[in-house]
Write a protein that binds this ligand. Structure first.
Ligand SMILES: NC(=O)c1ccc[n+]([C@@H]2O[C@H](COP(=O)([O-])OP(=O)(O)OC[C@H]3O[C@@H](n4cnc5c(N)ncnc54)[C@H](OP(=O)(O)O)[C@@H]3O)[C@@H](O)[C@H]2O)c1
Length: 228
C-alpha cells in the first residue's frame, strides 16, 4: 500500500510514525512540497491532516485523482457540488472531525444524553472545548459533531491553552440534576491510528460517496455481527 499524506504538522507527524510501524509506504506533502497530479498518480489513497482552508484548496486536484480520500481536516464547509461529485463519480471519501475510535462510544452516549430534553423539557445543555493555542478553528469540529449528535441546541465555549490535545465536555442540567460527559484525548497518535485504520477499511470495502467514521465503523462492526 502506498499512501499520500497532506500535512505533516502536529497530527500528520504521528501518521508518519504509524505508517512506518505498519510498513506502509508514504509520500508526504506540505507547503514546501505541495501535491500535484503527477505526484498523486501512483498512490492508493490520500489522508489529509491539513488545516481546513488548505484542504479545500486541493479539492479539485483530489477529485481529479479519483483516489480514496480520508480527511481529518476541520474548520471548513464542503463547497457546493463536491459531495454530489464524489457520489456521482462513485469515489470513496471519508471525513471525520475526530478519529479517536473511542468517539464511536461517546457518540452513542451523546445521542442518549439528548433524550433528557424529552423527559425534562426545561433541561439545558452546554459544551466546552479546550485545545492548544495553535488550533486555527473554533469551535472545534468535534464540538460541532457533539452538538449535531445530541440533536439539541446548546452554546459552545472554546478555550485555547498550552498544548492541550483536545478536551470536550458536554453538560446537561435540569433543576435538580447535572450530567457531565468528558472526552479527553491523551495522545495525538490516536488520530493518526484512527485515520490509517479508516483508510485500510476504505481500501478493502470501497464505499461509494462521502461517508463519516460512524458509517464506516457501523458497517465494519456489522460484518462482525455487532452494531453501533
Ligand atoms: N480529525 C481528527 O481526528 C483531527 C485530529 C487532530 C487535528 N485535526 C485537524 O487536522 C488539521 C491539522 O491539524 P494540526 O494540528 O496537525 O496542524 P499543523 O500542526 O498546523 O500542521 C498543518 C500541516 O499542513 C501543512 N500545510 C498548511 N497549509 C498547506 C498548504 N496550502 N499546502 C500544503 N501543506 C500545507 C503544513 O505545512 P507547512 O508547515 O509546510 O506549512 C503542516 O505540515 C486541523 O484542521 C485540525 O483541526 C483533526
Amino acid at each position: 500500500m502506498k499512501l499520500g499524506l497532506l500535512g505533516k504538522g502536529k497530527t500528520g507527524s504521528f501518521l508518519i510514525g504509524v505508517c512506518n510501524d505498519k510498513k506502509i509506504e508514504l509520500v508526504v506533502f506540505d507547503s514546501k512540497n505541495p501535491p500535484t497530479a503527477a505526484s498523486l498518480k501512483d498512490l492508493d489513497g490520500v489522508i489529509s491532516f491539513l488545516p481546513g482552508e488548505a484542504f479545500v484548496s486541493y479539492l479539485p486536484l483530489l477529485l481529479a485523482s479519483k483516489l480514496p480520500v480520508v480527511s481529518g481536516s476541520t474548520g471548513f464547509e464542503w463547497p457546493e457540488g463536491v459531495r454530489e461529485k464524489i457520489a456521482d463519480e462513485k469515489l470513496s471519501w471519508l471525513q471525520a472531525n475526530n478519529f479517536a475510535l473511542g468517539m464511536a462510544v461517546v457518540r452513542l452516549m451523546i445521542e442518549n444524553m439528548g433524550l433528557i430534553s424529552k423527559l425534562v423539557p426545561e433541561a439545558s445543555f452546554d459544551l466546552h472545548e479546550i485545545h492548544h493555542t495553535k488550533k486555527l478553528d473554533a469551535p472545534s469540529g468535534t464540538a460541532l459533531s457533539f452538538k449535531k449528535w445530541s440533536g439539541v441546541e446548546m452554546p459552545i465555549t472554546s478555550e485555547r491553552t498550552g498544548d492541550v490535545i483536545g478536551i470536550h465536555t458536554m453538560t446537561a442540567t435540569t433543576s435538580g440534576e447535572k450530567i457531565t460527559l468528558t472526552h479527553e484525548a491523551l495522545d495525538r497518535k490516536i488520530f493518526a491510528e484512527g485515520a490509517v485504520w479508516a483508510m485500510e477499511r476504505m481500501l478493502e470495502s470501497r464505499p461509494s460517496g462521502l461517508i463519516d467514521l460512524h458509517q464506516l465503523l457501523s458497517s465494519h462492526l456489522l460484518g462482525k455481527g455487532l452494531s453501533l
